[in-house]
Design a protein around this ligand. Structure first.
Ligand code: DLL
Length: 430
């Protein structure tokens, strides 16, 4: 089923017409109501009337995370506080958090975007949905919650943590859809197994995962461990939260809600547009948001656009899986390494589990990378030659993909950290 056929299957012309009208309104709203944008647009010599065609968006200066921090907490809001009905924030590991607001219309639009992507993934009003994102300032839980209610599903707002209880609720309440991060889904499967629960017998059938990336290899692990179809969705708090895009059941790129978000891909160094199909940094402009409109936000997420019509029938632009972030790329002895490349190698090797940790340190002047990964069978740790052979095999596979040598340390089963929200797998000690 298609939630909003008129939009999701619209022609390019129809979509671009909506986008241009809404872009013009958004630029006007920003110029008239937000001092920060007015100053930036004035400095660039761009006025709302200059946006005559979609490509004119390139005249608009970029917005970056620091702009949000400098305007903490409410200075980028484009409506009076009395019109704001919800506030979220992203924690941010450094500096001040970034704060975003929503009007009632924004909340409705958000729910619409989530309903579209959940429906595309295969969710129906008959589903029982267990939301394991934390109901906090984080946008994940509330975003999915309202959208799935709009779709008509029965939502269990269990929130994050207490994994054994999650498994019991899943059994007792008959959850059919799991919402959370992919790393939490993996952990949940592990806990279920430890509790002696046969996941094949659970009614669970579909996962709506996001908030962080996972490789195709990890997706297959999750699907196998929970006996579900695992789909992925994408978004970020600065733009709305989840709901920017999501996979349909074809699992071949995430459909963008293009009538609400205009996505560009730019070269991360030159900031010039790259052609469809080529990777670069995703830049997003909101097209209909009232409380917190955002112009050309540099997400730091690396992906590319897929313009072709999807096998599901939707014509909407898709975005490829996030390949990494411009700021999570590790430069090891001059070579660019993305943690996702390491995950792609590890998951899929027999005898080791899907949990891993990457440690980067300086050894004299040299960067050293060490990958910690759990063996499945603890007894292997006592068998020196088998252990050595396995380490060698992993090292070799890593070398062929990364083109640099990495140390591998095999550790006890269950000894690495598990995550209830987004996983943090890299420790850079340099
Ligand atoms: O993570 C919003 C969200 C919640 C999306 C739940 C989907 C589901 P932030 O905390 O602001 O918002 O983090 C946004 O997370 O820029 C990406 O780097 C990363 N991210 C989110 N979804 C994906 C994904 C939410 N599917 C940042 N694949 C983004 C890869 C993702 N990275």
């Amino acid at each position: 089923m298609i939630w909003n056929e008129k939009i999701e299957c619209a022609s390019r012309d129809e979509i671009e017409k909506i986008q241009l009208e809404r872009l013009q309104r958004t630029v006007e709203r920003c110029y008239n109501n937000v001092e920060h944008y007015r100053k930036k647009l004035d400095a660039a010599g761009v006025f709302p009337g200059d946006i005559k065609k979609l490509d004119d968006i390139r005249k608009i200066p970029f917005t970056v995370k620091d702009d949000l921090r400098e305007n903490y907490p409410y200075k980028l809001f484009a409506v009076p506080m009395r019109d704001v009905v919800r506030i979220h924030a992203s924690s941010g590991t450094t500096g001040k958090p970034t704060v975003v607001g929503y009007t009632r219309n924004d909340i409705d639009m958000w729910a619409e975007c989530i309903a579209r992507m959940a429906c595309a993934a295969g969710a129906t009003p008959d589903d029982i949905v267990q939301i394991t994102f934390g109901y906090t300032l984080f946008t994940g839980a509330f975003g999915l919650h309202y959208g799935l209610e709009k779709l008509g599903a029965s939502v269990i707002p269990i929130s994050g943590g207490n994994t054994e209880r999650q498994v019991s609720v899943m059994q007792d309440f008959g959850s059919t859809i799991l919402v959370g991060t992919p790393s939490y889904a993996m952990y949940l499967a592990e806990v279920a197994k430890k509790m002696g629960v046969d996941t094949e017998k659970l009614p669970l059938r579909l996962g709506l995962f996001g908030g962080e990336g996972h490789t195709e290899e990890m997706r297959r692990e999750i699907e196998k461990a929970l006996h579900i179809i695992a789909t992925e969705n994408y978004g970020l708090s600065e733009v709305i939260g989840p709901g920017v895009s999501g996979e349909c059941y074809c699992k071949n790129g995430m459909h963008i809600c293009e009538d609400h978000f205009y996505c560009e891909i730019v070269d991360k160094d030159t900031l010039l547009p790259v052609p469809a199909g080529q990777p670069g940094e995703m830049v997003i402009t909101s097209l209909s948001k009232e409380a917190f409109p955002i112009l050309r936000y540099r997400t730091k997420d690396i992906t590319w656009l897929i313009p072709e019509k999807c096998a599901c029938g939707r014509t909407s632009m898709r975005m490829a899986k996030i390949q990494g972030r411009t700021d999570d790329m590790l430069i090891i002895r001059g070579v660019n390494v993305f943690p996702s490349q390491i995950e792609g190698v590890l998951v899929g090797i027999e005898d080791i589990g899907p949990h891993y940790e990457i440690i980067v340190r300086k050894d004299g002047y040299m960067d050293k990378i060490e990958v910690l990964v759990e063996v499945i069978d603890a007894e292997l740790l006592d068998k020196f030659s088998a252990l050595e052979a396995l380490e060698k095999k992993i090292k070799h596979k890593l070398y062929t993909v990364l083109n640099i040598g990495a140390d591998v340390r095999l550790v006890e089963p269950q000894s690495l950290k598990r995550f209830e929200g987004k996983a943090k797998r890299v420790t850079d000690l340099r």
